[in-house]
Design a protein around this ligand. Structure first.
Ligand code: AHZ
Length: 314
């Protein structure tokens, strides 16, 4: 029998046949065609291994260093709503830059897979809804704010837009466990990249002998690691222990009206070479939290992209 590949699910004009509920005739067609004769193209196990290894390690090799213009690199730490919004803004406006996202979790998205209290609708205050229009996420308009029917629709759309950009690389399941801090000729300390390890390794430093990390050098790092938690507020805490920040401001209580503009307006270069965005700033500066409303995260991510470009181009 002829080998059937997924291509045989194409119609005569080349379009993919949609999978519809089983009582639909199109599904019966597919089921009948594949009944007992569905075949995959042949493959060797080593091909699968090599296809992944080659691309992953080539990408690690290429991203280890920033490179000369036009290959400048910006590293974003944390793929929550703030980090991903920053990546979108940078990746779409500056295709000449290498944008590298390091995310500690297996699943990128941070806290943006749900609205609040594990409920699904996501609230975004105006005018940040313009970003939804730009990336193509539908919403219900409620006047001062809009509602996306499921937070996962926002996060999955933003992720797909970001990851489709040829200049973006994301390494998830990878933790930033330190910052590279260089001293310039005037004695000023400057963040010059990140120190990474597989997250599973980073979580096991206490149970094994020394497991040294890896590095990525770049002129600008954007840190968007969220508020304090097992991994969060990473750079803010490291700035304190490295002597670049006297003490953590510590996140303050919930006040939606104060917190969202405060986070956006204070998104900035908090130490030479380090831009901070999103809820990590609440720990750095001692600002209020906003709870389940995400416009501030989007706008902070976009502002972080502008700040990163300002530093890069200065
Ligand atoms: O896994 C973390 C998450 O995906 C990741 N991260 C943290 N530390 C890291 C490290 N290396 C690599 N050392 C790290 N990745 O950073 C991401 C942070 O996402 P988030 O959703 O927690 O933060 P955000 O600032 O993008 O969004 C905050 C959303 C919140 S919290 C809040 C409140 O508590 O009141 N309100 C809002 C809207």
């Amino acid at each position: 029998a002829p080998v059937q590949t997924l291509d045989s699910s194409k119609t005569e004009n080349g379009a993919t046949k949609p999978l519809k509920p089983s009582n639909d005739s199109a599904t019966h067609d597919v089921a009948e065609n594949y009944e007992g004769q569905y075949r995959f193209a042949p493959i060797e196990e080593a091909q699968v291994s090599r296809a992944m290894i080659k691309r992953y390690f080539e990408s690690m090799y290429e991203r280890a260093i920033s490179g000369d213009f036009p290959a400048h690199q910006i590293v974003i730490v944390g793929a929550g709503s703030a980090g991903l919004s920053c990546a979108y803004q940078l990746g779409s406006t500056r295709p000449d830059l290498k944008i590298t996202i390091i995310e500690a979790n297996v699943a990128p998205g941070g806290g943006a897979w749900l609205g609040g209290q594990l409920m699904t609708p996501m609230i975004i205050r105006k005018p940040a809804n313009r970003f939804l229009q730009e990336i193509g996420v539908p919403y219900e308009d409620e006047g001062a704010y809009v509602v996306v029917k499921h937070a996962a629709l926002f996060t999955s759309t933003l992720l797909s837009r970001v990851l489709a950009m040829p200049n973006v690389v994301m390494m998830n399941a990878t933790a930033v466990e330190d910052l590279i801090i260089h001293e310039d000729h005037t004695g000023q300390q400057r963040v010059a990249g990140v120190v990474t390890n597989w997250t599973l390794v980073a979580l096991n430093h206490d149970t094994q002998s020394c497991m040294d990390p890896n590095t990525i050098t770049c002129p600008v790092v954007v840190s968007a690691t969220g508020h304090d938690g097992p991994m969060g507020a990473f750079s803010a805490k490291r700035l304190v222990s490295a002597g670049l920040l006297k003490e953590l401001g510590n996140m303050r209580g919930l006040d939606m009206n104060r917190s969202e503009p405060a986070i956006v307006n204070n998104t900035r270069e908090v130490a030479p070479g380090l831009i901070m965005a999103g809820m990590e700033l609440s720990e750095h500066d001692g600002k209020n939290r906003m709870g389940p409303t995400f416009g501030g995260m989007i706008a902070s991510g976009i502002k972080a992209a502008h700040e990163a470009l300002r530093v890069l181009d200065s």
